[in-house]
Ligand binder design. Structure first.
Ligand code: ADP
Ligand code: MG
Length: 696
């Protein structure tokens, strides 16, 4: 990280007194390389050692300084030899508990001694206590007074003590004060926001005065913290916007044809598009007419009908003599898309190629040849689509389904597939993870967003219940009842991350047990270890109503569409994430019958698991599920970007600071228009040399 020219902050940490290479290496693990980085290594929390607290007012969990007189000190033998010291200050008493202590300590801690202690208060067997407090005598004349600022606690890394970090940040602050760390936010913006200048904010967060609002600091809501969070969000926003601008500078084929093929498909469908679908189709179409690439995210809850929107876009490309590729995150979903495309587009005389990792040998070569020659206009597949060896004759549109499974990098890789003829493909990204708007604006600042906020008519909301494992028999009875009424059911087996083989075995056993318990019902199984052909055959029979109960692993999580299925049982639901459960549940409630979802769990439930199940019982609205998911998990996981590093923030928190996001947008516009020279150094300060966004 550099800060443009030889300002003191840009110097390596080794320039500080007492910092050698060994320490510099350890600091490197905290992301600290320069003196400036130290300024932006912010405390995780603070301790108030600026005043003593009356013992009588302590509560469990407090971390506090107390002062009092030793009333009693004794060594007891429980499981372990323990030194117990009873401290009193007239307002109450407190026990100091030492499991490790020296003879000298035992000697020193005698009745009548005045002590000042610091530590975390907890409930003990006889009232409140502090285990292994920091303490010193309070009765000697030079006893060091309490601290004069709140004590910052920094992120820990092995081999670097808090005391050392305090010294280092003090040196960095001192240097910054002398040379003035550059504030890249213009004063008029800060005045507008009511936020302090950088120097003051840094001083404050590193060394808050004794009267600082600890509650605000602990919640990350203090103006000094918000000032830094704002700056960081702005840096990310500017970076994504730049990425977007670069992509848009590429040339793309404009698809401005009359829309004949689209019309034919619409005429052949057994349903009319919903208003929301029509709006999104129009938004996509407007983009596709441009000669710079579309970058559009289509959000729509499970079952909102994204596939047909994708097919219509693909037909635009085909009409203009280009190819369109649709990439799905799983084999099963890719197969299902391929079937839909076949069914819809084959009658229009358009062949569809399928490509996945399972396709090998001659079949694969034939598919590759047809794609390379341009003989097939439509290609559906898994991430095998952007592997080496896949060449498109003229890829004009890349569609990515369920984007949250793919990182930004993979999306960019697919873009490269189209680079033939100097043109880049339009990109359409579809996701069923409805991201709250402000978050989308930040996380996907490089994309335009369309929302399908309406379900096709006639859907009935799914009612959801959570049932303990011990009541499995009742659940089996429900399946019996549903099938007797002519409905169908899914039973989803637990995810076993470590082993697809174990997962398949478990699913086989479950299927066998259920088949034995439900002798009148035809039970079948799909799991990830089966051949595509077998899976497909089973799914087709389920869809045709020949199978009453489909036992499946989470391979059916996305996209599977059987409207007559009205009951879904999810085993070990407590182990799955909210988004995944919502996706699974989206397999039912697709037809005209009232549907239900049973979340079978094994007690005891952890707090978060209990909350997850509660969210699902309370709402079927994907946006609401996503919002609550965001609260429970944080944005990195929700967006699936943890691995890509897209949303790694140092200070800002997209949930906590969501209210800043609209102002961040405005500020980004203002910076671009009026202070372009500040943007580079601002981005370098927070994001580094731009490598994070992985230019391909
Ligand atoms: P998702 O958005 O979850 O990908 P799909 O594209 O799989 O949803 O659509 C779900 C089901 O709804 C499919 O059977 C699809 O054919 C059907 N469908 C899509 N649009 C409509 C509509 N406007 N009216 C009725 N059914 C529709
Ligand atoms: Mg879908």
């Amino acid at each position: 990280m550099t800060d443009g020219g030889g300002t003191s902050e840009a110097r390596p940490v080794t320039a500080l007194k007492g910092v050698g290479q060994a320490l510099a290496d350890k600091l490197g693990r905290l992301g600290v390389e320069t003196v400036q980085d130290l300024l932006f290594l912010l405390p995780l929390r603070y301790e108030d050692r600026t005043r003593t607290v009356p013992i009588g007012s302590l509560r469990p969990g407090d971390r506090a300084v107390v002062e009092g007189e030793v009333e009693l000190a004794e060594v007891v033998f429980r499981r372990k030899r323990t030194l117990l010291v009873r401290l009193s200050d007239g307002t109450g008493f407190l026990t100091l508990r030492f499991f490790y202590f020296s003879g000298a300590q035992q000697q020193q801690l005698q009745r009548g001694l005045r002590l000042r202690c610091f530590g975390e208060v907890r409930r003990g067997p006889v009232g409140l206590e502090i285990v292994h407090p920091e303490y010193r005598r309070a009765d000697v004349p030079d006893a060091q007074a309490v601290e004069d600022v709140l004590t910052p606690i920094y992120p820990a890394t092995e081999g670097v003590q808090q005391g050392r970090l305090r010294i280092l940040t003090a040196m960095a602050l001192e240097q910054a004060a002398r040379s003035t760390v550059r504030d890249w936010l213009p004063p008029e913006l800060l005045a507008d926001l009511g936020l302090p200048p950088l120097q003051a904010a840094l001083e404050y967060v590193h060394r808050p005065p004794p009267d600082a609002r600890l509650d605000l600091l602990a919640a990350g809501r203090h103006p000094a913290q918000r000032r830094l969070a704002f700056e960081e969000l702005l840096a990310h926003q500017l970076s994504l916007r730049q990425l977007r601008k670069e992509v848009r500078r590429d040339p793309a084929w404009p698809f401005g044809g009359p829309g004949e093929l689209e019309r034919k498909l619409l005429d052949s469908l057994p349903f009319a598009l919903t208003g929301a679908q029509r709006r999104v189709v129009a938004e996509v179409r407007a983009d596709l007419c441009q000669s710079s690439p579309m970058l559009r995210l289509v959000q729509g809850d499970v079952g909102s009908g994204k596939t047909v929107v994708a097919a219509l876009a693909a037909l635009r490309a085909v009409e203009s003599g280009c190819q369109a590729a649709l990439m799905a995150p799983t084999e099963l979903l890719a197969e299902q898309h391929a079937q839909n495309f076949e069914r819809w587009l084959r009658p229009l005389g358009l062949p569809v190629a399928f490509l996945s990792g399972r396709l090998t040998g001659r079949a694969r070569q034939a598919a590759l040849d047809a794609i390379a020659s341009g003989e097939v206009p439509l290609v559906v597949g898994t991430h095998a689509l952007f592997q080496e060896g896949v060449r498109f004759a003229r890829l004009g549109l890349a569609i990515v389904d369920e984007q949250h499974r793919f990182g930004v990098h993979q999306r960019l890789a697919l873009r490269e597939k189209g680079a033939g003829g100097g043109r880049f493909p339009h990109q359409l990204i579809m996701t069923a993870t409805p991201i709250p708007r402000t978050l989308a604006m930040t996380a996907y600042a490089d994309l335009d967003v369309s929302v399908i906020d309406e379900l096709p008519p006639g859907r009935t909301p799914v009612s959801t219940v959570a049932v303990a494992e011990s009541r499995r028999d009742e659940v089996v009875a429900r399946i019996h009842a549903a099938v007797r009424e002519g409905r169908q059911a899914y039973w989803v087996c637990p995810l076993i991350e470590e082993s697809e083989v174990l997962e398949a075995q478990a699913a086989e056993e479950t299927a066998a047990t259920l088949a034995a318990a439900l002798p009148e019902i035809r039970v079948a199984l799909v799991h990830g270890r089966m051949s595509s052909a077998d899976k497909e055959r089973t799914m087709a029979r389920f869809k045709a109503g020949e199978i009453g109960l489909l036992v499946a692993t989470t391979v059916i999580e996305v996209g599977v569409d059987v409207p007559n299925a009205s009951l879904m049982v999810i085993e070990n639901a407590e182990r799955m994430g909210l988004a995944q459960l919502h996706q699974l549940r989206g397999r039912v409630g697709r037809g005209k019958h009232a549907s239900s979802c049973v979340l079978l769990y094994r007690p005891p439930l952890s707090d978060t698991a209990r909350q997850r199940l509660k969210v699902l019982r309370e709402t079927t609205d994907g946006f609401e599920v996503a919002r609550r998911d965001l609260e429970l998990r944080g944005p990195g996981e929700l967006l699936g970007t943890r691995q890509t590093g897209l949303m790694q923030m140092k200070v800002a928190d997209l949930v906590r600071d969501a209210d800043l996001l609209p102002r961040v947008q405005d500020a980004a516009e203002m910076m671009l228009a009026r202070h372009p020279a500040n943007i580079g150094p601002l981005k370098r300060r927070w994001i580094g040399a731009g490598a994070r966004y992985g230019k391909v």
